[in-house]
Design a protein around this ligand. Sequence first.
Ligand SMILES: Cc1cc2nc3c(=O)[nH]c(=O)nc-3n(C[C@H](O)[C@H](O)[C@H](O)COP(=O)(O)O)c2cc1C
Ligand code: SF4
Length: 498
Amino acid sequence: MTDTARRSLLVHQVPDEAWPTRDEAARSRLFSPLALTAHCTLATRTWVPAMVPWRATDDGHVTQDVIDWYGRFADGRPGALVVEATGIRDVPSGPLLRVGHARFVDGLRRLADAVRARSHGETRVFLQVLDFLAIKRRPEPAKFFARFLAVTDGHREALCALTGDARWRTADEGAVRARLASSSDAEAAQALTARELDDLRRGYRERVTDTHLDHVRDLPRALPALFAEASRRAEAAGFDGVELHYAHAYTMASFLSATNDRSDGYGGSRAGRLRLPLEVFAAVREAVSPRFVVGCRFLGDEVIDGGSRVDDATEYGVAFARAGMDFLSLSKGGRFEDAKAPKVGEAAYPYTGPSGHECMPTVRSDARGPFGRNLHLARAVRDAVRIAGFETPVVAAGGITSFSLAERALAAGDADLIAAARQSLADPDWWRKVREGRGAEVRRCKLTNYCEALDQHHKQVTCQLWDRIAVEGEEPATVPRSHDGRRRLTAPAWTLKG
Ligand SMILES: Cc1cc2nc3c(=O)[nH]c(=O)nc-3n(C[C@H](O)[C@H](O)[C@H](O)COP(=O)(O)O)c2cc1C
Ligand code: SF4
């Protein structure tokens, strides 16, 4: 975003809402059922999309805190609840859930059971399954030049040009490293390739186009089986389905990206970019029972230079529908390419740039504002899918925090299902409150992204509206707290009275 664009941002107010009565809610589209498949009907068109809460053990297992987190969303009885991005490989990934081995199944089963029990059987629970590539922390410049940079003749030539001294052409490696380490930002920008400069300023990050690396070249051979096995485990754990994570900054979204120019048949044209996502889906479908729901989340717009736009997304949506996916969940942006440079010692976070803002829009926004900001993308994909003759349900997300907006979007045909992430975090009971005609009691999300900042720093995610609330009569010792003891980890209970 340019400085002028940043200066022209407005701070939008969360609009007042005329909440429906219980009868009006009962007659609404939002609280009417929707059959995702012949075997799976959602009780309402309400959806809690994936949100990573940083509550798993360091080796990826479900904890009681994970169960409490999802149990709390289940109290609100959404039609569907998607459990956070869960790694499909058996590799360390910090306190993020994993499903890359049979040993994870028991914990995941306790989680799925808790959702079912606390929603009184109303909520269908899906696991978001994901693959990601390696990313490293931003290095100390001295370390980068001394150890990480592979010195090439290109660097020697650049130093000749910068200094006017031809002796750099034959200088030994140590001298080249030392000279580069002492260079100014402008000199470094001239001497390093764009990729090396990015590694220096943001930290090393693998791309799907790094086909010189064996494991990246082999992704098309490895991933279908990894996703298939992970999905089979999710079914064994009692989930109702999986959401293949084809969105944001991760491997599968990067295969779909218009920036993917792999020349091995898995990049370049739209058909090439779609090839692996379709092969992964086919492998998953084959591995699980016909009762098991399989859908995906993908980007309606990557919001980066040279990235996929809505016309790519409509084609992807039609291809996924034709392949037989059970739902299409749309998101937007959230890419590494435009993320802010992290501090030295920290890793880049894909929600800090303009594409990140589009993914989780805040009240500080351009004139269009954050509310229902991305509905047009769901609409475009849904229209294309319907024109192609498919009825695949489409899920919309992004700044949907009120009943009226959700209901309008359904009535207009923008989407078939309404996802609300941060509003559900601000008030996990909100769907139920609205349904019961108690909308005035909804704790409304401010869309200022305190929660997202916690996620960014890999801290346990909570909401500023409730994480310091002490409830009268509640025994403080029984409320799970963050590691530093300062914040409660779940929203205070709400009981339906009267
Ligand atoms: C703390 C946090 C964690 C998130 N984690 C995920 C995730 O694991 N997978 C995903 O697809 N989206 C993730 N998202 C994005 C949300 O699912 C959603 O698309 C986004 O917040 C916009 O919806 P909203 O305006 O209703 O919040 C996350 C969002 C937040 C705030
Ligand atoms: S922390 Fe802020 S943006 Fe996040 S859910 Fe709470 S009110 Fe909404």
